[in-house]
Design a binder for this molecule. Structure first.
Ligand SMILES: C[S@@+](CC[C@H](N)C(=O)[O-])C[C@H]1O[C@@H](n2cnc3c(N)ncnc32)[C@H](O)[C@@H]1O
Length: 257
């Protein structure tokens, strides 16, 4: 991803920050699922935890409250995210810090017992290289817990020829194949979720409010919007609503030796 692309991604997410919590129903559920998988894997009270792409804190809150890291470093590309996550981190009454900027440029201090992220890894340039770099910062026995998106993500939009998508949509098994040899995959999962919208404007508002349309450089004249809605309805309409598929994937891996 070029520097200009990164700036566009940051601008789209910054613009969506105020509406994200209300609009991002799928991402809220995905963060809850990832937190449940971490609890099932027995991850509790990691001494040092790191989360990247925290956004407004769907996963941050769950890690802070349920896993209770001894020290929690939280990151997002967008510096304004800090104000959204600070109340929950303060309430957990454990030491924490926030680092703004692209995770791939962060100089991570020391080793971590948990590195986690929900609904963000698909935005990283060269995810394999980033995962290898992060794995290097895991302590022996430390966990990597990620959610990304699979190839059916926004399948309706893809079919309609939209570029409203992130750079890397991979099935869970392909995310696992990106892991370096010293990371053992312990849990892989994926599922399909379908949101429904009354019309094209509300669907496009949803994309914008969740920062997803950073790559959708489209202009919507009234005629174009009407044509888009007609094609969408003809191809996918269900009971008068427009469905939108989310395809979350989950990877939990543990560092050996
Ligand atoms: C879809 S949101 C997910 C937010 C949150 N983790 C959740 O589950 O709701 C993606 C987040 O990743 C951030 N992001 C995108 N690229 C990033 C990068 N290279 N480094 C750090 N954060 C990034 C965006 O600013 C945004 O807040």
């Amino acid at each position: 991803m070029s520097g200009a692309d990164q700036i566009r991604v940051a601008r789209a997410f910054r613009r969506g920050l105020g509406s994200y919590d209300r609009a991002a129903r799928a991402q809220a559920r995905i963060a809850a699922d990832l937190a449940r998988l971490m609890a099932e894997a027995g991850i509790v009270e990691p001494a040092r935890a790191f989360e990247f792409g925290c956004g407004t804190g769907f996963l941050t809150r769950r890690i802070a409250q349920a896993l209770r890291p001894g020290w929690f470093l939280v990151n997002d590309l967008v510096a304004e995210s800090r104000a959204h996550v600070a109340p929950a981190l303060d309430a957990a009454a454990r030491p924490w810090a926030f680092a703004a900027g692209p995770v791939q440029d962060l100089d991570l201090p020391g080793d971590f017992d948990l590195i986690a992220s929900s609904s963000t890894v698909q935005w990283l340039p060269d995810p394999a290289a980033q995962i290898a770099r992060l794995a290097d910062r895991l302590a022996p026995g430390g966990w990597l817990a990620l959610s990304g998106f699979g190839p059916d993500q926004f399948r309706e939009l893809r079919w309609l020829g939209s570029d409203a998508q992130a750079p890397s949509y991979l099935p869970a098994r392909d995310w696992a194949a990106l892991l370096p040899p010293d990371l053992q995959p312990k849990r892989l999962a994926e599922r399909h979720m379908r949101l429904a919208f009354a019309d094209a404007p509300s669907l496009l508002r949803h994309l914008r409010a969740t920062g997803v349309n950073a790559q959708a450089g489209q202009r919507w004249s009234r005629g174009r919007l009407a044509a888009f809605e007609t094609r969408y309805r003809d191809a996918f309409g269900r009971g008068g609503a427009l469905p939108l598929t989310y395809h979350p994937t989950f990877v939990l891996a543990q560092k050996t030796g």
